[in-house]
Write a protein that binds this ligand. Structure first.
Ligand SMILES: [Zn+2]
Length: 307
């Protein structure tokens, strides 16, 4: 039998054989990463139900597929919230707060970079409807609270998350929160006293001031490039980074970029905004730990004092 399979494989050609073998391999750093690892998608339904019986809350990241310069993958804003929720879950478990990670939602709203290839733009109302149905399903399964985080800075995307959280909480009759930082909440005009909004503490200033002068670094720049280099290096085009000059945008140019579409294409034709060449992997790992720690702190506080 084995001999027959080998003979057949040879007959249909090595290309087909290697494709089959590749499909059967688990995702590793060599051929990509699994964003299901550590989430409910890799659990059985019985393991999932057992965690809910222990009182697990759910963490859910919401990102997008979006152009991130010539050096970062389109899924950069998916890897980010995946890591954030996964590390936060581990931090919560260490405090005896059981938690489950829902796989990252990646069909978000891309108004700013919609003119770039690979930026998939879903209408906010569609995203909100999907969110409501996910909350309903989690409520049916017995989950009492869901904490949502964003992986993407687009104002329209973050407003859609907040709207989906409020609508979902009402429709499902459960506690649903949008956990974000004060800077984002103020920038997009969210009501800071809303019971569905949880603000993370402002991060402490870095121990050593950055070597380069501050400049807008909001998209595929030093911050995001560090994060990807530090945590998902196999999908970074590391060779391309050194040749990318800083964009050094003025506040006016940044405002023009935020108008999106052709404006963003004109201001940042290469699809990044900031200084990718200033990135380093160590900063990426430190930032990820700090961010997940702030998320876990905010969730733990809300679990202790539900509103
Ligand atoms: Zn991004």
């Amino acid at each position: 039998m084995r001999r027959t399979i080998l003979a057949l494989s040879t007959a249909i050609g090595m290309a087909t054989l290697s494709a089959t073998v590749h499909a059967q391999q688990p995702a590793t750093a060599e051929n990509g990463y699994s964003i299901f690892a550590g989430t409910i998608a890799d659990m059985t339904h019985t393991e999932y139900a057992d965690a809910i019986k222990r009182g697990a809350v759910a963490l859910w990241g919401l990102g997008v597929i979006e152009a991130h310069g010539p050096h970062l993958p389109l899924g950069t804003d998916v890897y980010g919230p995946y890591l954030n929720t996964r590390l936060a879950r581990e931090a919560l478990e260490r405090r005896d707060i059981p938690a489950l990670v829902v796989p990252v939602f990646y069909w978000g709203v891309n108004r700013v970079t919609s003119a770039f290839p690979g930026s998939i733009d879903v209408r906010p109302e569609i995203m909100i409807e999907v969110m409501v149905d996910v909350f309903r399903s989690l409520k049916r399964d017995g989950i009492g609270a869901v904490f949502c985080v964003s992986g993407h800075g687009d104002a329209a995307h973050n407003r859609a998350i907040f709207e989906g959280v409020k609508r979902g909480a009402a429709a499902a009759g459960m506690r649903v929160y949008f956990v974000t930082n004060r800077m984002m909440a103020e920038r997009i005009g969210l009501p800071l006293d809303d019971r569905h909004l949880v603000l993370t503490a402002d991060p402490p200033p870095p121990a050593t001031p950055p070597a380069t002068r501050p400049q807008p670094d909001v998209h595929a720049g030093a911050g995001e490039t560090s994060s990807m280099l530090g945590n998902f290096p196999a999908v970074v085009r590391a060779d391309a980074i050194a040749a990318l000059p800083p964009t050094n945008l003025t506040p006016e140019q940044l405002a023009t970029w935020r108008r999106g579409g052709e404006h963003a294409l004109q201001v940042t034709p290469h699809g990044y905004l900031g200084a990718p060449a200033d990135a380093n992997a160590e900063r990426g790992r430190t930032d990820a730990t700090r961010s997940a720690g702030a998320l876990a702190d905010a969730i733990a506080k809300t679990v202790a004092n539900p509103r």
